[in-house]
Design a protein around this ligand. Structure first.
Ligand code: FES
Ligand code: FE2
Length: 341
């Protein structure tokens, strides 16, 4: 499936940039092949427009913010959050600005410290609800914001793949002597994806002993994984001592071959009990282990099951393929593939 070739995927919200990056002025981000300019407009609300001035096509993201509008660096035309040109310095004040001086605008809002954008005016789903974000017993830890060379479906299915850990994460928590994952306890389909529960026995290296407050050489993770179609998830890990490590990850589609990794975690412990820097260090190791593998995969993951081979633990990825195939069909689309497929 080629993400940029499936218009229905434009009807989802994606986190595109930490909102505090916009304190430096307008920024650019390419979402599903669409270059955007993002900035903080009136009242500090984020705004998103196509990153191309309608005068002579300059990149608005190279401009500045002025009176809540983004001002083009080339001749100084300025645009508001709806993409309407509000200032043309070369015409007399009071002269009407033609209505055609307009740049496409996109739905944009701030949530969880990130700017989220939907490229369509009618999103199919709301931004994922993560109640722990406002729960005072949880702390928020920003983890990663970086582009990977991987297709969205390859990346998101990895997050639900309970068989890869003992190999890919053999240097962090994987136990190669124990390669068979326990069966998935429960899968509940939802309107936005699915919720999957299972448990996993993992090795508990020294850094994790500190981070988790658990002494043993092994521990058990009780996992609730929620898929937010198409490329986001939460992984709610509960340890035997009641510690919860909840990870949100989005693989925001930059284009068919690249995804922006957006990851933060929420924990019901304190900085005294476990340093955020140590928590990030361990998750960095794990995430980097995934990245090496994922960047080597074929970005054009097929929705059809006939093209690749499968095993029992692939059930979440298979369900994702079914649901995405149904999504395309329901919206009159057929799966688009690389020309050489
Ligand atoms: S190109 Fe933007 S004002 Fe001329
Ligand atoms: Fe992994």
């Amino acid at each position: 499936m080629l993400t940029t070739q499936q218009p229905v995927l434009r009807r989802f919200w994606y986190p595109v940039i930490p909102v505090d990056h916009l304190l430096q002025g307008p920024q650019s981000f390419t979402l599903m092949g669409q270059p955007l300019v993002l900035w903080l407009g009136n009242g500090g609300q984020p705004a998103a427009l196509a990153d191309r001035c309608c005068h002579r096509s300059a990149q608005l993201s190279k401009g500045v913010v002025q009176n809540g509008c983004v001002r083009c660096p080339y001749h100084g035309w300025a645009y508001d959050a709806l993409g309407t040109c509000t200032t043309v310095p070369q015409i007399d004040p009071g002269t009407a600005i033609p209505k055609t001086y307009q740049v496409p605008s996109y739905l944009c809002q701030e949530r969880y410290g990130y700017v989220w954008v939907c490229l369509d005016d009618n999103p199919l789903q709301a931004i994922p609800e993560i109640p722990q974000f406002t729960d005072p017993s949880f702390r928020f830890i920003h983890e990663f914001y970086e582009p990977w060379q991987v297709g969205g479906l390859r990346a998101i299915e990895n997050s639900f793949d309970s068989a890869h850990g003992h190999f890919v994460h053999a240097s962090s928590w994987g136990d190669m002597a124990n390669p068979q994952p326990p069966p998935i306890d429960e899968v509940t389909e939802t309107s936005f994806g699915f919720v999957m529960k299972h448990w996993l026995e993992v090795l508990n290296p020294d850094l994790q002993k500190k981070n988790l407050g658990i002494e043993g050489e092994k521990t058990i993770r009780t996992n609730t994984r929620t898929w937010y179609m198409p490329f986001a998830r939460t992984l709610h890990i509960e340890y035997p001592n009641g510690l919860i490590h909840l990870i949100f990850t989005a693989y925001t589609p930059i284009d068919d071959q690249h995804s922006q990794v957006v990851q933060f975690c929420l924990r019901n412990d304190t900085e005294t009990e476990a340093k955020a820097a140590d928590i990030i260090a361990f998750d960095r190791q794990v995430t980097s282990e995934d990245r090496v593998i994922l960047e080597g995969t074929d970005y054009d993951a097929p929705l059809s099951l006939a093209e690749e081979q499968h095993m029992a633990s692939d059930r979440p990825g298979i369900l994702m393929r079914h649901r995405l195939a149904k999504l395309l069909k329901d919206h009159g689309e057929s799966e688009q593939r690389r020309p050489d497929h």
